[in-house]
Write a protein that binds this ligand. Structure first.
Ligand SMILES: N[C@@H](CCC(=O)N[C@@H](CS)C(=O)NCC(=O)O)C(=O)O
Length: 265
């Protein structure tokens, strides 16, 4: 049985949980409280030195990086059925898995410059926030987080995040104009890898980022959300009142966010 260290609403954890559900993988779960700083526990840092979730343990093998874990699970336990077939399709899927690093950074920026920043500033003292920042092992991530605290949506990271997402939507739409799923005619790793990020934006009430701008994203997201794997591993794990709080908290920022969306062209 797999052992998964994860957090319920973390996008990277959701990617792995959906992957496990899609291949029928049974796992023991250890849920970390990221707000409480469980990810900085020295024992956990031994497994995942970056101090992030998810971490998957498979028979003593420690795996980090959500997209790589997803690909590993499919390759080792699912006969690669989620990887599209053919040189071009496979190369495109691997490119998307790599792009998830930048997409994750963008989603982290858009979540943290809005709802997560508001929440932290309302519930933590300046000394606690300073301690949270000091505990982040990666100095680059720490500097970015500090900038998001200081500037919110005015941070230089927000413009970069919106550009990354605009390119992501554009390329997803280009794929969806040719095939039923982003992965190809069959549902696959790319769809699983992308859905937690797009779903997070939707949960923040930020769907205006694609509505009327990038046709095809809304239908794709609905199709992903209809899948039993999403229902069990995302919808079923986020309490209704938390979902409402998130959407209300995010919606307050949508106008300011739209003002920063890059011009098309
Ligand atoms: N590239 C990594 C990113 C992992 C990551 O940043 N995870 C977030 C949650 S989605 C986390 O653990 N954040 C805790 C923190 O930054 O302290 C992956 O995809 O696994």
């Amino acid at each position: 049985m797999f052992k998964l260290y994860h957090a319920a609403t973390s996008v990277c954890s959701i990617k792995v949980r959906i992957g496990l559900a899609e291949i029928g993988g049974v796992y023991e779960e250890v849920e970390l409280d990221l707000q409480a700083g469980d990810q900085h526990d020295p024992a956990y840092l031994e497994l995942n030195p970056a101090g992030v979730v998810p971490t998957l343990i498979d028979d003593g093998l420690v795996l980090v990086e959500s997209s790589l874990i997803l690909e590993y699970l499919d390759r080792e336990y699912n006969d690669g059925r989620l990887m599209p077939k053919g040189r071009a399709a496979e190369a495109a899927a691997r490119h998307w898995l790599l792009r998830c690093l930048a997409i994750h950074g963008a989603i982290n920026t858009l979540s943290f410059s809005t709802v997560m920043r508001d929440r932290a500033m309302a519930s933590r003292t300046p000394a606690q926030i300073a301690a949270d920042l000091d505990a982040m092992p990666d100095p680059v991530a720490r500097a970015k987080r500090r900038d998001l605290y200081d500037h919110g949506l005015g941070s230089m990271h927000v413009g970069a995040a919106l550009r990354t997402m605009d390119r992501t939507f554009r390329d997803m739409v280009a794929a969806l104009e040719k095939t039923r799923w982003v992965s190809g005619d069959g549902f696959g790793v790319t769809d699983i890898a992308l859905v937690p990020y797009i779903d997070r934006l939707w949960r923040l009430g930020f769907e205006a980022l694609w509505a009327g701008r990038h046709d095809g994203i809304a239908d794709w997201l609905r199709a992903m959300q209809d899948r039993p794997s999403y229902q069990a591993e995302v919808a079923g794990r986020i309490p209704a009142e938390q979902a409402v709080r998130m959407r209300e908290g995010g919606s307050k920022h949508i106008d300011a966010l739209l003002e920063r969306v890059p011009a098309r062209g």
